[in-house]
Design a protein around this ligand. Sequence first.
Ligand SMILES: Nc1ncnc2c1ncn2[C@@H]1O[C@H](COP(=O)(O)OP(=O)(O)OP(=O)(O)O)[C@@H](O)[C@H]1O
Ligand SMILES: [Mg+2]
Length: 1012
Amino acid sequence: MAELEGLEFGKSDFVLLDEVTMEQFMDNLKLRFEKGRIYTFIGEVVVSVNPYKHLDIYGKEVIEDYRGRELYENPPHLFAVADAAYKAMKRRAKDTCIVISGESGAGKTEASKYIMQYIAAITNPNQRAEVESVKNVLLKSNCVLEAFGNAKTNRNDNSSRFGKYMDINFNFNGDPTGGHINNYLLEKSRVVQQQDGERNFHSFYQVLRGGSDELLKSLYLQRDPAEYAYTSQGASASNNDSLCHKAVMAALKVIGFTTEEISSIYKILSTILHLGNLQFTSDGEHVVLVGEDTVKHISELTSTEPENTRKALLYRTVATGGGEVIEKGHNEQEASYGRDAFAKALYERLFAWIVGRINSVIEVKDYNPALHGKNTVIGVLDIYGFEIFDNNSFEQFCINYCNEKLQQLFIELILRQEQDEYQREGITWQHIEYFNNQIIVDLVEQPHKGIISILDEACLTAGKVTDTVCLDSMNKKLGQHPHYTSRKLCPGDKTMEFNRDFRIRHYAGDVTYSVEGFLDKNKDPLFQDFKRLMYNSSDHVLKEMWPDGKMSITEVTKRPLTAATLFKNSIIALVDKLACKEPYYVRCIKPNEVKSPLLFDDGRCQHQVAYLGLLENVRVRRAGFAYRQPYARFLQRYKMTCEYTWPNHLMSTDQEAVEAIVNQHGFEDDVAYGHTKLFVRTPRTLFTLEQERAALIPILVLFLQKVWRGALARMRCRKIRAIYTIMAHYKCYKVKAHFWEVERRFANVRNMADYGKSVEWPTPPAALMQFHRITQHLHRRWWARQLIKNIPPSDMAEVRAKVAALSALSGERVDWGYSRAWERDYLANVSFSLGYSFRTLTLHIFTLIRHIKVYQYSQVLFSCSVRMLNWFNNTKDRALLITDKHIYRLEPKKHFKVQKRISLDTVVGVSVTSGSDQMVALHTASQDDILVHLQRGQLNPNQDRVGELVGSLTDHFTRVKNTPLPVKVCSTAFQVHMSGKPKSITVETKPSQTAADFKKSRTGFTLLLPHQ
Ligand SMILES: Nc1ncnc2c1ncn2[C@@H]1O[C@H](COP(=O)(O)OP(=O)(O)OP(=O)(O)O)[C@@H](O)[C@H]1O
Ligand SMILES: [Mg+2]
């Protein structure tokens, strides 16, 4: 948003003046002009002062500042009005119009162009090609219309010499879809004559200065405006003609003029220039043409027969009463008059044709209201302002009449509508005295009595009716009118000439008109011969411009409407068009006569302020209410500024809620409550509310963000919860499904032979892994329990020993004899025999005795014949007896005499090999280890007893002594200590070996095994 102006720039709205006086108004206008603030509001009206210098206030950023904003949100600007008109059109589907008025050089055309640029910039965000093309043609049409319709005058270097009203059509999207241009009263007299210091229309100079050599050659033209009678007057002044010519050519092409059409346009321009140079002289009897070549060029350029052209210039065909046709030669004066009238008409029709051609391009095509929605319109009126010159003629009369009509419209729309609305809403209307200029409008346009009627009547009257006769007639008919006077009616007033001047008291001031030329300009005669000549041209474009040339000479033609009547009709049509639209006004003021950016001519400006009725405008605005809004909309916009209305009010009606807002801010005295709308007197009130709103918006945005984020988070949370619920149910189902499956598979294990050992466990869900392990374990334990339960107690020792051996050897020893029954006490076994059968009895006896001795206190863990090393490291057959208390070495040959006994407590470990040999080392704490090779007897040569020994010992140690006995299974050599010395014991197989035996080796001993 653009920054609002500080008070050093004066008041941005005249409504805010302390007092509505001309003095204060002018002071504010001047201050703002001097500070470079050329725009000021009167409510929704923009007053614009021509800065006469480039201002950097029309760029893209500024456009963005105004886009979609309310009037009071930004400093006054044309864009604010353009946006208001566009918004009203788009939001409320209202046709709107922007009326730009002011005197010549006040900046109307520039303003209309900026407005169009603004509308073009803010529309068609999607860059749709067809809309872009319409916009392009609309913008480019300005360039062409200015070339052909504008001229340098003493008041403005680029003065529009025609009135222009352009409708821009919009679709329901608010994008321009087409348009239509209406042109009013082109000042065609300029074609043949200009005042000192002025120029003809730009187009002539542009083609002469900017046209290519070939073009000029083909048109028989020389590159010098001074060469041509119609352009010689302003030949010295240049308005960038050459550059402009190129721009116009480009614009013509963009709009869609064909090469043929462009060529015809330039042929017509050159025809006019050549016509201007035609001279007539008299040969005594007849009028003759000087310069036949020129005629030839004209006929070639207009594609007509030279003879016909010559005739049309010198003669006029008249139909006599009896249907006869005669040719009447012109006198010199008539010929020159006819030539000029022809030149003017050529140009006027060319201009009208160009406008029509542009219209044919931009007219809305294929429009279907049912399909495309309401087709809305913004009209832009750039029309001549009120004119008072030293010498005011027919044109000024028309222009000032037009301004009277527009003022009427202004009164109608602004004052009456305002009044109507107040009545509708039940608001007391404070009557404002304003001058209703209807009386002046009537003076000009009333049938039978009005000036235009009197003029038309005079034109119709046969015979020589002069301007003076016409003036007399006006004096007679209008002598009583309070706004009409003349020297005859007011003989003492020397500011008027007798028989020449009349004065109208316009709403904007008195204007004295000279009646000279009124009748001729009103009649605007053009010999029919020219019309026929042009209609018969073989140039289609030219022919098209002269349809009325079709009529034959003898056809009784109705007199064409006069210029004043035509103008009146077009202005009435224009006013009708504007009256049905919502109006927006731009009132342009020209600060000085010398085009200076610094000079503010108080007198001139005051005059303009007066005749534009700006003070009245301010009064109406102040007397009334500057702004009004339906309650609902007001509430919607400002409800956040009041605690009772935010976020929603609890009152019974919106009006009450609006009252709460107004009261909270203390604006009671500045508002009135209508039936449906709130009326706000000063913009300041609205502005204060706007500022408060703007300050609250960021907080509201944060609040909304917070609420929305909360809503989003809650939504997410609900989803996550749902997900977890689904997951929980699914997990529960999976768990249950696993239980059911386990139950199903294991239901019958008690009756199975293997108690379910072979039953495959189902894969558990991750959550049940631990449970799975525990149940598996439980099952195994139960299963083991089932097996163990059936083992007789006598076998339990063996089972325990086997279990102990299994874990002690941990699968490292190939064979450990688990599949057979373990006898353990092999020395006591009856099958024990080493060929001492005769001694068996003795042995038994001995054993018995020993048992008595030994078993009395202890239990045999293991006994067996062994091959072992004796004290001197010789190998001997001995018997090994291990009880729960001691280890005995017995001499079998000496009745198993105890050779050595060591306490079982000294045993600290066992070493065995992983092979199938029967070597066992019992490590002792005293480092005097027992190394034995277990003998298996002849009956059981392959019996493994190592596992049995290891199992018995480790079971005893863990279960009874409660200390684990480390068991080492070595794959190659193992280490022992003998008498404290370390020895390495290896195992070898030797083919010659008959029985296993130890042999000394370098590092210790080697157990030699027979080859099997
Ligand atoms: N907003 C502006 N910024 C800069 N210069 C401007 C502005 N408005 C007008 N002018 C200058 O004033 C000149 C006259 O303006 P413009 O042609 O718009 O006047 P006008 O009211 O259309 O006059 P006329 O009735 O003669 O056509 C422009 O050529 C330009 O030099
Ligand atoms: Mg203009």
